[in-house]
Ligand binder design. Structure first.
Ligand code: NDP
Length: 334
């Protein structure tokens, strides 16, 4: 049973030495418990925050303990546990091949409805985040002008496709030409640009010729400033994440957008949100998303790393944009 422990807290950028690969005995389930074998493990940007010793909406990881992540796992032994052997579950687990649980917070998933890894992405937390941000926070309406950053990522690719399915003009930015081509040629984005090789202000304007009614914010930094200049009257900004500053300490944060005054005159609503504070919309998304997948109205791309020993690299890759689509780690055959 291999595990990845938090060896030290990062001082700015995450480095391999912050992690330790350890071997532990496969645990025995006690009465009423189950032994889970992890099939897929998620690595997500929010885990960067949990590496710091800081009070947040989720508690920090502890040094010397396995990190935690969303997992899809199989019940391989049940000692009178909540679900029978052979059941596939998803929930918050450990960076480990095996773990024991009473089943709290785990839900069964249907392996016939979608590939198992999808429950960590399009039909899991990132897909729900896209739906919550657009429906619960930004209140996107049919035919509006939608812009999303980190557009090819786990959340962004779903945001754009929900927008297209609602008849919106959809534009996005991403960090490579391949990602931009994917957005336009595969996902049907109306416009997309590479923010690393463009003048971000000019490119944002050109990609949104009728302005922006809804901005789904994933990155922060210069992209946010460029968007603000192009917001329409009564625009909504759903603050989902700001990955561009996750590695920065407060004293090293880049200065914020200089044009916030625009929000006043244009009556813009800007609101942060955490996906799990909208449990009804999360449930609704599983129905809507699974239906759209079946009808071919949603495409999905993921990056799969193999083996728990590669989880730290996969996680550091997400913070650097090396992933193309949702990053997962495969620990066992599904
Ligand atoms: P992604 O799959 O989009 O991976 C992260 C991407 O961010 C990278 O691939 C990279 O894409 C981009 N990125 C990395 N560094 C920078 C940078 N300095 N500037 C601009 N872009 C950068 O991750 P997710 O879809 O899982 O997450 C997207 C956002 O949503 C994150 O901010 C995350 O924290 C947030 N989130 C918030 C939730 C909530 O409840 N509020 C829930 C889930 C996610 P590229 O190559 O295009 O630069």
């Amino acid at each position: 049973n291999q595990q990845i422990l938090l060896a030290s807290r990062p001082d700015g950028v995450v480095i391999p030495e912050n992690f330790e690969l350890a071997t532990a005995a496969v645990p025995e389930p006690g009465q009423g418990e189950m032994l889970l074998q992890t099939i897929y493990m998620s690595v997500d940007p929010y885990m960067r925050g949990r590496m710091n010793d800081m009070k947040s909406y989720v508690p920090p990881f502890q040094i010397g303990e396995p990190l935690q992540a969303g997992i899809v796992a199989k019940v391989v032994k049940s000692n009178g546990g909540k679900f029978p052997e052979g059941t596939y579950l998803t929930g918050m687990g450990l960076w480990a091949n095996y773990m024991v649980t009473g089943g709290e917070g785990f839900q069964p998933v249907d392996p016939d409805l979608a590939p198992l890894s999808y429950y960590l992405g399009i039909l899991g937390m990132p897909g729900m985040t896209a739906y919550v941000g657009l429906k619960g926070v930004a209140e996107l309406k049919e035919g509006e002008q939608l812009f999303v950053s980190a557009a090819s990522g786990a959340v962004g690719q779903v945001v754009g496709q929900i927008g297209k399915n609602m008849g919106c003009h959809v534009a996005g930015s991403a960090g490579s030409d391949d990602k931009v081509a994917y957005l336009k040629d595969e996902l049907g984005f109306d416009e997309a640009f590479n923010y690393k090789t463009s003048d971000i202000h000019k490119a944002t304007r050109a990609a949104n010729p009728n302005g922006i009614d809804v901005y789904f914010e994933n990155v922060g930094g210069p992209q946010l400033e460029a968007v603000i200049n192009n917001l329409n009257f009564n625009a909504r900004v759903a603050l989902c994440g700001m990955i561009a500053v996750y590695d920065n300490k407060l004293e090293d944060m880049p200065p914020g957008p200089r044009n916030l005054a625009i929000l006043v005159g244009r009556s813009v609503k800007m609101q942060g949100f955490i996906v799990f504070n909208y449990p009804d919309l999360c449930k609704e998304w599983i129905q809507v998303g699974a239906g759209w997948l079946k009808e071919g109205k949603l495409k999905y791309r993921e990056s799969v790393a193999d083996g728990i020993e590669n989880a730290p690299q996969a996680f550091m890759g997400v913070l650097k944009g090396r992933n193309f689509g949702k990053q997962v780690v495969r620990l066992a055959d599904d």
